[in-house]
Design a protein around this ligand. Structure first.
Ligand SMILES: [Fe+2]
Length: 265
């Protein structure tokens, strides 16, 4: 089974995104809604050409989480003809800047067709046969000047229960969350951009060899090993919004109960 991993799309709405908030969080990146839309479509096309059976999008789907931006994103998914049963969506810090309930409202609204595979409450898993996916919401509502996430006790407990379930232990469980599950080495960086209580997830990964994790947020591809150098189970994807010449879509293969990185499409 082949999985494509896209992240950090930062979709804009061409009709309304000229405000101060968008300009602040887009610092250093052109505010060009058409260009961003094109990059997302191009990335999905590239993934489809690689014959993947599932798509994972690890957050920052939109630039600030306005309803209009979620509508544009839903429209892009429809244009890319993505089967709702073949995509996992989780929110990132950007997807909640507009309102505390922005993600929940998007799942009730523009993204309702994709809700089955999306992050909702703690402990949710989606069974894909060769792999089970745990789409996780580690977002918190905050001002645009910060970009943290947090692992709540409910999310950690829900995950712990699933990972400890002997009935689920024979199939890999792929956690999908926006922030990486470890802290920045610099305390100031961690304060404004880190994942609070990331150790709650990291500990579970150490404890359960059938747990794997895909994340975004860092806007760069990266792998992290756990118990040994060979035990690579944490995977980060580059940001679609930062693509220049062509799309960079991470690919993975699920075989013999293991999720392995398999290059780029
Ligand atoms: Fe991002």
């Amino acid at each position: 089974m082949r999985i494509a991993h896209l992240s950090d799309l930062h979709v804009l709405d061409p009709r309304s995104d000229q405000g101060l908030g968008v300009r602040f969080v887009s610092l250093g990146r052109p505010i060009d809604a058409g260009e961003r839309r094109k990059k997302v479509l191009r990335a999905f096309e590239r993934a489809k050409a690689a014959s993947v059976s599932h798509f994972v999008v690890s957050g920052d789907l939109t630039e600030t989480g306005t309803e209009a931006q979620y509508e544009v994103f839903a429209d892009i998914l429809a244009e890319a003809r993505i089967d709702p049963d073949r995509i996992t969506l989780v929110p990132g810090n950007h997807d909640l800047y507009a309102r505390e309930n922005a993600w929940r409202e998007a799942l009730d609204g523009p993204l309702r067709s994709y809700r089955r595979g999306a992050a909702e409450g703690p402990g949710k898993i989606v069974d894909l046969g060769a792999v089970r996916i745990a789409p996780m919401d580690v977002t918190v509502h905050q001002k645009v000047t910060r970009s943290i996430g947090a692992v709540s006790t409910e999310v950690a407990d829900g995950l712990a229960r699933r990972l400890a379930d002997p009935g689920l232990a024979k199939t890999p469980l792929l956690l999908v969350q926006h922030h990486p599950p470890y802290a920045h080495s610099n305390a100031v960086h961690q304060w404004f951009d880190g994942l609070r209580d990331s150790a709650r997830v990291f500990r579970l990964l150490l404890l359960h060899a059938h747990a794997f994790l895909m994340h975004g947020h860092l806007h760069s591809a990266g792998d992290r090993a756990l118990r040994t150098e060979q035990d690579v189970r944490i995977f980060g994807a580059p940001a679609v919004v930062d693509d220049t010449d062509g799309p960079r879509v991470r690919l993975y293969e699920v075989r013999c109960g293991v999720v392995e990185a398999a290059g780029f499409a």
